[in-house]
Design a protein around this ligand. Structure first.
Ligand SMILES: Nc1ncnc2c1ncn2[C@@H]1O[C@H](COP(=O)(O)OP(=O)(O)OP(=O)(O)O)[C@@H](O)[C@H]1O
Ligand SMILES: [Mg+2]
Length: 385
């Protein structure tokens, strides 16, 4: 499926060749940076946008086929949508808001059978049926909006950042309820979020978008553990990037040759990606103290010298430590108070080799068995834990 906006010759290609299949009962989480086309994709599925090319099948029926001129109107599609800003009709009581999609589909039987009350009870808003949306809290409005989307039992439920307008506590509570609802009702959904915890907690699969394309789809934990491209790694929080050069059977990282780190199968330049919590910091020359990091299960640790702490941002459990090695800026998450660290201090920066992900420079793809082979072939200089 493809979609662009703007005049011919001056168009913005927002969706490029999106190819996605969502299985029955699946809750697919769609992730991606702002502007990558997530909302446009959902709006195309529900029928609020008209793609330029492609096909969409929902629950066995074709709702779009540009080659054959098929375009089914939104109210004739078996799709429910929940928007970030709730999008309830303010002048209609809650009951009427929820009844609306049943009425517009002419579903009199469901209306008579008390479907409106039933879905309002499911989202714990039965007692609010006679109120108007402006008389509800944000969390209540979002529950009502979910009830409205669920009422006609759509073949596909679309959720566009439904929790992002809520405060942190409510978000976690509603996330848990959504997960429970999905388990109990077994609906099929595509859920857009920016929140990685939400993605892991809710998704049966995740799809990461990049500039109108699906870059990777897979099991949430798998995608986090082994992002297929450097783009996905970066987007999912592995923001530390170390340039690696493999030459003469050895490896240089961030310009420093690591003695003992032998990789005679690699040639040329690569990039290592690491999450903050997998970076270690210790005062220069102090190779006896345990590294200030959570990553103590590491099989082997590589150390880089000549670091300097430029910033320490304290937190309750862990603190963010910003370190510079020359021009390179790295971020470590260290247990608060574990070491006496302060800005300006010289430090060494280490990382757990099996936590690093290695990407080829030319096309940014994962070098799959980097850690395995490295562990087998090297004796790391510095500390092994
Ligand atoms: N009606 C429109 N006319 C022109 N450009 C549009 C239109 N709708 C969206 N766009 C553009 O398409 C791109 C994708 O927008 P979209 O809303 O799908 O992004 P998104 O991934 O949902 O972002 P966010 O995370 O910020 O919600 C953006 O560059 C946006 O400016
Ligand atoms: Mg959006």
């Amino acid at each position: 499926m493809a979609k662009s906006f703007g005049r011919p010759g001056n168009e913005i290609h927002v969706l490029r060749n999106v190819d996605l299949e969502v299985a029955d009962g699946e809750l697919l989480v769609l992730l991606g940076p702002s502007g990558c086309g997530k909302t446009t994709l959902l709006r195309s599925l529900v029928g609020l946008e008209r793609p330029d090319a492609g096909r969409i099948h929902i629950g066995g029926s074709c709702v779009l086929d540009t080659a054959r001129g098929v375009f089914v109107q939104p109210n004739r599609r078996d799709v429910g949508m929940v928007f970030q800003n709730y999008a309830l009709w303010p002048h209609m009581r809650v009951r009427k808001n929820v009844a609306y999609p049943l009425q517009s589909r002419g579903n009199k039987a469901a209306l008579k059978d008390g479907r409106v009350e039933e879905v309002l009870d499911i989202v714990q808003c039965g007692h609010l049926a006679d109120r108007y949306p402006p008389e509800l809290s944000g969390g209540q409005q979002q529950r009502v909006s979910l009830a409205r989307a669920l009422a006609p039992r759509p073949a596909l439920l679309l959720l566009d950042e439904p929790l992002s307008n809520l405060d942190a506590l409510l978000r976690v509570e509603l996330r848990a309820q959504l997960r429970l609802l999905h388990r109990e009702l077994g609906f099929t959904a595509v859920h857009v979020t920016h929140d990685q915890e939400e993605a892991i907690a809710l998704g049966t699969r995740v799809a990461v978008m990049n500039a109108g394309r699906i870059e990777q789809v897979g099991d949430p934990i798998e995608v986090y553990r082994a992002p297929a491209t450097e783009y996905v790694a970066d987007f999912l929080g592995a923001r530390n990037r170390l340039e690696l050069r493999a030459e003469d059977g050895g490896v240089a990282l961030a310009g420093q040759r690591l003695p003992g780190l032998a990789r005679d199968d690699l040639r040329g330049s690569f990039a290592l990606r690491l999450r903050d919590e997998h970076l270690l910091v210790r005062p220069t020359g102090d190779d006896t103290s345990s590294p200030a990091s959570h990553a103590t299960t590491a099989t082997a640790t590589a150390w880089l010298a000549d670091g300097r702490i430029v910033e320490l941002l304290p937190g309750i459990e862990t603190s963010e430590c910003v370190v510079e090695i020359g021009d390179l800026r790295l971020f470590a998450r260290i247990p608060t108070g574990a070491m006496d660290l302060r800005p300006g201090q010289s430090v060494e920066v280490g990382f757990a080799i099996d936590k690093a992900r290695c990407y080829s420079q030319d096309h940014g793809r994962l070098v799959p068995d980097w850690a395995d082979r490295t562990d087998r072939t090297h004796q790391v200089a510095g500390v092994s834990s």
